[in-house]
Design a protein around this ligand. Structure first.
Ligand SMILES: CCCCC/C=C\C/C=C\CC/C=C/CC(=O)SCCNC(=O)CCNC(=O)[C@H](O)C(C)(C)COP(=O)(O)OP(=O)(O)OC[C@H]1O[C@@H](n2cnc3c(N)ncnc32)[C@H](O)[C@@H]1OP(=O)(O)O
Length: 355
């Protein structure tokens, strides 16, 4: 069971001592604002070391091109970026889940930051959902740990004290869609012509599995009972305009635009995302995030509590059962066969694309 903070929405700032418990051996590169104008870089620190240093001086920025996530903060606007960076598809492994949770906590620990943009360093895939290879012939030890790490990402994102904006540049199926739905605002790219439309939704039933109750309920809360019931049963993946009509996303953007936000984005985006500074989705995501950052935080967080605290409590109460159901379901012989067939198809498609 993860020992990270259960429902961070209730605390306006994570306590530094909690960093000790986040990732016992995190290999984040820590950039430290202690010696301006140059930042000191300390690599491969344990979380305990990070916490010790952080007690002495405020944590400013941490990032690594090799990390599973890349992050950056722009204190002037109160906006941060957390981008998934696990090629080829940002599929969610145990380690990526843990990296998302840890980085989110670290961003939350900076009191100058009020909003975070959840993004992807892959311009055509936001996240392909769970790493399906985690589900095939899993070990008894890793599978519950893996599921716990996904539950924790949901809790951390859905209950974050930060305003969370999803910059959905590309595909977001299944748990990729969950990440977006757990944010406060979603902006999706309209795609590059009819041939290359990204899609978003819970497609689990098409894989012969069902979205777990807390994931399914997230869709119900987002688009309403009847549309969600149908989308969940059919495993609907919505292209951008349909996602907008159904309310799965809040905005769809296609047009290239130049804006005064470009300059801020150059400062805000980590190196791996510098090619996205004039990307219309990123520009809009920054503008939306900056808008949220101007709202008095206590009032904003209190209003989030109104809509989210009940489902977060429910999640806490049912978490163990959910893990047991998941492990029992996934290790079932028939489900294993279906998953293997699905992965085989995925690989064949990949090969066909490459040849
Ligand atoms: C009452 C009791 C109830 C109890 C219920 C309890 C629990 C419920 C049980 C289970 C719930 C399980 C929940 C699951 C949620 C999930 O997230 S399942 C994962 C679903 N994801 C998918 O189906 C996506 C599959 N991928 C795609 O469709 C496409 O890859 C894409 C994302 C649309 C991108 O397409 P594109 O053409 O651009 O790229 P490629 O297809 O060529 O992919 C590139 C590369 O990436 C590999 N890959 C893609 N997706 C995944 C993945 N999900 N996992 C692992 N690897 C992935 C792909 O194989 C390619 O690899 P390469 O060929 O080696 O380059």
């Amino acid at each position: 069971m993860s020992s990270t903070v259960d429902s961070p929405i209730s605390s306006s700032k994570i306590q530094i001592h909690q960093l000790d418990r986040l990732a016992p051996r995190s290999a984040f590169l820590l950039f430290y604002a202690g010696h301006p104008p140059h930042q000191t870089m300390i690599s491969s620190l344990s979380a305990r070391h990070i916490a010790r240093i952080a007690r002495q001086q405020p944590l400013r920025l941490f990032s690594s091109q090799d990390s599973l996530v890349v992050t950056n903060v722009h204190e002037e606007s109160g906006v941060a970026v957390l981008a998934m960076n696990r090629p080829p598809a940002n599929s969610l492994s145990l380690e990526l889940n843990e990296a998302i949770s840890t980085s989110l906590k670290q961003i939350e620990s900076n009191p100058k930051i009020q909003s975070v943009i959840l993004a992807s360093s892959n311009p055509t895939i936001f996240s392909a959902g769970l790493d399906i290879t985690e589900l095939i012939s899993p070990s008894d030890e890793r599978l519950p740990k893996f599921w716990n790490s996904l539950q924790q990402v949901y809790i951390d994102l859905y209950g974050s004290r930060l305003a969370t904006v999803a910059a959905i540049q590309g595909h977001a199926p299944a748990a990729g869609c969950m990440l977006a739905l757990a944010c406060d605002y979603r902006i999706m790219h309209g795609g590059h012509g009819e041939e290359h439309l990204p899609t978003i939704g819970f497609n689990e039933t098409q894989l012969g599995i069902a979205a777990p109750p807390w994931m399914g309920q997230l869709m119900v809360r987002t688009i309403g009972f009847r549309p969600a019931e149908r989308a969940l049963a059919l495993g609907t993946l919505f292209p951008p305009s349909e996602a907008l009509n159904a309310g799965v996303v809040d905005d769809v953007i296609t047009e290239q635009s130049s804006s005064e936000s470009n300059e801020v984005l150059k400062a805000l985006l980590p190196e791996a995302l510098q090619s996205q500074t004039s990307n219309p989705v990123m520009i809009k995501a920054y503008e939306e995030a900056a808008c949220y950052a101007k709202i008095p935080p206590q009032a904003r967080v209190a209003s989030k509590l109104v809509t989210r605290s009940e489902s977060l409590k429910e999640m806490q109460m049912t978490r163990e059962d959910d893990t047991q159901h998941f492990c029992g379901f996934i290790t079932h012989e028939v489900v294993q066969k279906n998953l293997m067939k699905y992965v085989e198809k995925m690989k064949q498609r990949g090969k066909a694309k490459k040849s």
